[in-house]
Design a protein around this ligand. Structure first.
Ligand SMILES: *Cc1c(COP(=O)(O)O)cnc(C)c1O
Length: 236
């Protein structure tokens, strides 16, 4: 079995190669280590290997990990990437640094209201539903600008860009086609929002296509930490 350190090296070189192939500088692609369902020990191993950015999907699990690591390692950056129920926004606002999965104004408003004023603004992305009816999460393309305008007026949020989770596709060309509308929208919106610099797309199975499609942040779980075991959770 490969160690998490070796997996980090392997994924980093995959990012380098994918960037090089499309003429991009690899420093423009950040690696977010998705540690959902993984134990403290796995995260500690990634930290030991020098990694600092972690993504979590479940509020309580993520908050428990943040509280565990903050005193030990205050320079970590925690990203909430899972679906958000509007009655669960407070712990997200009080603990995380980033949120990738904002898809409606009610959630954005609550996050801004509940963000403690002694913390930096929450760095947020709007999640776009790029797969149409096939997926429940995410804002439609028609509604994104209105939501972006609202977020821009919220004092404790900083709008940094867009995120998507397309339907899984094995085929590279199909992956490219799935990412294309979001990268076009990102390019277009960058002109209107000064702090717009983050396009969060790409997971273990489609990171090469995401990088070729101008992703600036890939969210990688399985390729770093191995397959997930959901049997303890009863949710996915
Ligand atoms: C689980 C998850 C990932 C990581 O997926 P892998 O295929 O394990 O790399 C990335 N993004 C989101 C939103 C996730 O829920």
């Amino acid at each position: 079995m490969c160690s998490i350190r070796q997996n980090l090296e392997q994924v980093t070189s995959q990012i380098d190669n994918a960037a090089q192939k499309c003429g991009r500088d690899a420093s423009g692609v950040q690696l977010l280590a998705v540690s959902k369902t993984k134990p403290i020990e796995a995260i500690a191993e990634a930290i030991e290997a020098g990694h600092r950015q972690f993504g979590e999907n479940y509020v309580q699990e993520g908050v428990d990990k943040i509280i565990h690591f903050r005193p030990l390692q205050p320079d970590l950056e925690w990203h909430f990437i899972g679906p958000i129920q509007s009655n669960k926004t407070r712990p997200i606002a009080e603990h995380f640094d980033w949120v990738h999965s904002i898809d409606r104004s009610k959630v954005a408003r609550r996050l801004s209201e509940q963000r403690p004023s002694n913390m930096l603004p929450l760095q947020v992305l709007i999640q776009i539903n790029t797969s149409g009816e096939a997926s429940k999460s995410g804002t439609g393309f028609d509604d994104v600008r209105a939501l972006a305008e609202e977020i821009e007026s919220m004092p404790h949020l900083t709008l940094r860009g867009l995120m998507c989770i397309p339907q899984p596709e094995d085929n590279y060309d199909a992956q490219i086609a799935a990412f294309a509308p979001l990268s076009a929208l990102f390019e277009e919106m960058k002109a209107s929002y000064s702090q717009f610099d983050t396009l969060s797309m790409g997971m273990s199975g489609d990171m090469d296509a995401a990088i070729a499609s101008q992703s600036t942040m890939v969210r990688i779980g399985t390729a770093l930490f191995g397959a997930r075991d959901y049997s303890q959770r009863g949710e996915k």
